[in-house]
Design a protein around this ligand. Sequence first.
Ligand SMILES: NCc1[nH]cc(CCC(=O)O)c1CC(=O)O
Length: 308
Amino acid sequence: MSKIIRIGTRDSELALWQATTVQNKLETLGYDTILVPTKSMGDQVLDKPLYELGVTGIFTKTLDVALLKGDIDVAVHSMKDVPTQLPKGIVQVAVLERAVTHDILVHKGSGFLEQDQPATIATGSLRRKAQWLNKYPDHKVVDLRGNVNTRLLKLIENNWQGAIFAQAGLERIKLLPKDAIQLDWMVPAPAQGAMLVVAKQEDDFTQQALAHLNHSETEVATTIEREFLRTLEGGCTAPIGALAQIKDKKVHFKGVVFSLDGKQKIEIKKEVKLSEAKNLGKACAEEVLKNGGDKLMQEIRNENSAVH
Ligand SMILES: NCc1[nH]cc(CCC(=O)O)c1CC(=O)O
């Protein structure tokens, strides 16, 4: 094993934790590795909401370029940040075993939830905003950008009641407050809590090395969720959630699309045998499109392009 595997990653604390996890697993298998941290465009432009930047893959593009130029051998990503269509020449080589999938509310006292008082909640995610407003129509949702550490700091500095995070991210960097509230009613982003490793298509050595890290149940579940997203989205960012859970050789799937204001919601739930789950994501998305999702996605596209 003469080749050193160069592991590309963003330089946020969460990204570094994830890349180090991949590095440790490879080292345990006997591979030589080195970490190559890089700043992504998504980390540099912090003064605009993500969806206003008008491009998908803002967190992954810098690493894609480094990969294709030959500066790194693999890139480690939070899988939910990776566009469903990988760039030409880049392939998925491992999905690591998933952590907890759900979102949580970090707050400064949760009394406002029970008393149904007006409140301001921060999130940069269209999916979280729409679901929050669907459940709490009288609340205000404000935009919140930056890596996890930055967002926690902004919550402390601002006069908001709470902010929404993925539990997996806060756990990984050991910043999960004890009193954070699990939002088990909120459908997570497709592939939330999973890490994805990509490499160059022609790099057999690296692909073989990384294949050892793949967790097949997580791969199956995230593939279904991302197929659901890919079939619905048509290249735009929209409030879409999806979760596939595997239990007793069955896949339990839940997918949902909301209008941007959270008022409309089209949901699908399905349970199929694992052996029959191959096209589940696509089939569920097609059913959603038929049940009014088509019109809803068109409305979202129009509203998004009005912002740009
Ligand atoms: N969009 C940022 C992002 N990408 C992955 C995670 C956390 C880890 C994960 O969900 O896999 C986060 C932070 C968050 O959503 O709070």
